[in-house]
Design a protein around this ligand. Structure first.
Ligand code: MG
Length: 379
């Protein structure tokens, strides 16, 4: 990655953008819990300077959102004037290149920024664009009036990158507005290299663009499912621990730790969803520290690991397989005990039971088996 120590990023968000419908200007509208502009600004990390150009009415809001992280610039009467206001604050002695980006393009990816910067090494200006692939028509009064050749036509995107001294001079000499900074640069005779754009780098303009943007963000959701299975044999005793609840019984369960077969299955399901092995990997039975340890320690460890990785529990479903003891009277308490141990909402945790119709080892009442399934979602 080229050094960004002498490169500035200017994010232009001074427009009122009424085409996106009623309500706040589009750059301030919420997109999955964050203003569009906050997402855009977050995409530009590591630059020597990041400048955000705002409508003068939005300066207080900008301070509240970005205080101390970016330089806020009051925009002018036109897009070109807004960009110029920002450029005039940069010193070509410190900054050699500048990227200028639309605040309403929050999906700009690091590799697109790198492509523009890479092309800037050999050109005074570089900008991303996509070739036009749809047929182009000219229309009038709701009728097709002719076809336009798409040969050599591109859809322009941002960030557009420039040699700072060159684009500053171009803006100073440019009268009136411009659709973008490439127009200003070309009017000054600069050569602009085209780099490959990105279909996801949409400019949020119309109300339906918000729906598309929300769909794209949902596409980033990482959903993971894990399963766990465990068995413990009965032994002498007067109670069993199942899903964190002590249940009186004519026998106990044999095992390392407290032999809580339900909690073990759930713990393994969480580790499984994270591709993190099983309880044995994290708490080796050969380690005397874990002899007779409460299984809630294992479960809490798995749940913490999931949280550290950015996952929350969407749901957990545990099935206990035994002829006895009767689970039904304890199932709700077990579910709420599991939920408490993983800091989940109890409505997301289920505990149920079945017999195996007197078949197999559970049917012969030699032990208890448990199955668990969990779904984790990144947040
Ligand atoms: Mg076990």
């Amino acid at each position: 990655m080229p050094s960004r120590a002498d490169i500035a990023a200017i994010i232009v968000a001074a427009g009122r953008g009424r085409r996106a419908g009623a309500g706040a200007p589009k750059q301030w509208r919420d997109l999955a819990g964050q203003p569009v502009l906050a997402r855009t600004v977050a995409a530009f990390g590591g630059f020597a300077r990041t400048l955000v150009v705002l409508h003068p009415d939005d300066m207080a809001r900008g301070v509240a959102e970005f205080e101390g992280r970016v330089t806020l610039i009051a925009g002018g009467d036109s897009r070109a004037q807004s960009v110029r206001n920002a450029l005039e604050t940069l010193d070509p002695e410190d900054i050699s290149k500048v990227l200028i980006h639309d605040g309403a393009r929050p999906f700009v990816k690091p590799d697109l920024i790198e492509r523009v910067l890479g092309a800037l090494g050999a050109a005074q200006a570089a900008a991303p664009a996509l070739p036009v692939t749809d047929a182009l028509w000219r229309g009038a009064q709701g009728r097709v009036a002719g076809r336009v050749s798409r040969d050599g036509l591109f859809r322009a995107q941002t960030p557009q990158g420039f040699d700072l001294a060159a684009i500053l001079a171009a803006h100073r000499n440019h009268a009136g507005d411009a659709a973008d900074d490439v127009e200003v640069a070309r009017a000054a005779g600069l050569d602009v290299a085209i780099v490959a754009g990105d279909e996801d780098n949409i400019k949020i303009t119309w109300p339906e663009d918000f729906h598309r943007a929300a769909r794209m963000l949902r596409g980033d959701v990482d959903i993971r499912t894990g399963n766990g299975f465990d068995v413990h044999a009965f032994c002498e005793g007067d109670h069993v621990m199942l899903c964190g609840v002590r249940v009186a019984h004519s026998r106990g369960l044999r095992g390392h730790s407290d032999a809580d077969v339900g909690m073990h299955a759930l713990t393994d399901a969480i580790y499984g969803a994270l591709a993190e092995g099983d309880i044995g990997r994290h708490f080796p039975p050969s380690d005397p520290r874990w002899k007779d340890a409460a299984s809630r320690i294992f479960l809490a460890h798995a749940a913490d690991l999931a949280r550290q990785r950015g996952y929350r529990l969407a749901n957990a479903d545990v099935t206990l397989i035994c002829e006895s003891p009767k689970i039904g009277p304890h199932a709700l308490e077990m579910a709420s005990e599991l939920a408490r141990n993983i800091a989940a909402d109890p409505s997301r945790v289920s505990v149920k039971a079945t017999t195996s119709e007197r078949l197999g080892f559970t049917g012969r009442e030699e032990g208890i088996a448990a199955l668990a399934t969990v779904t984790l979602v990144n947040t």
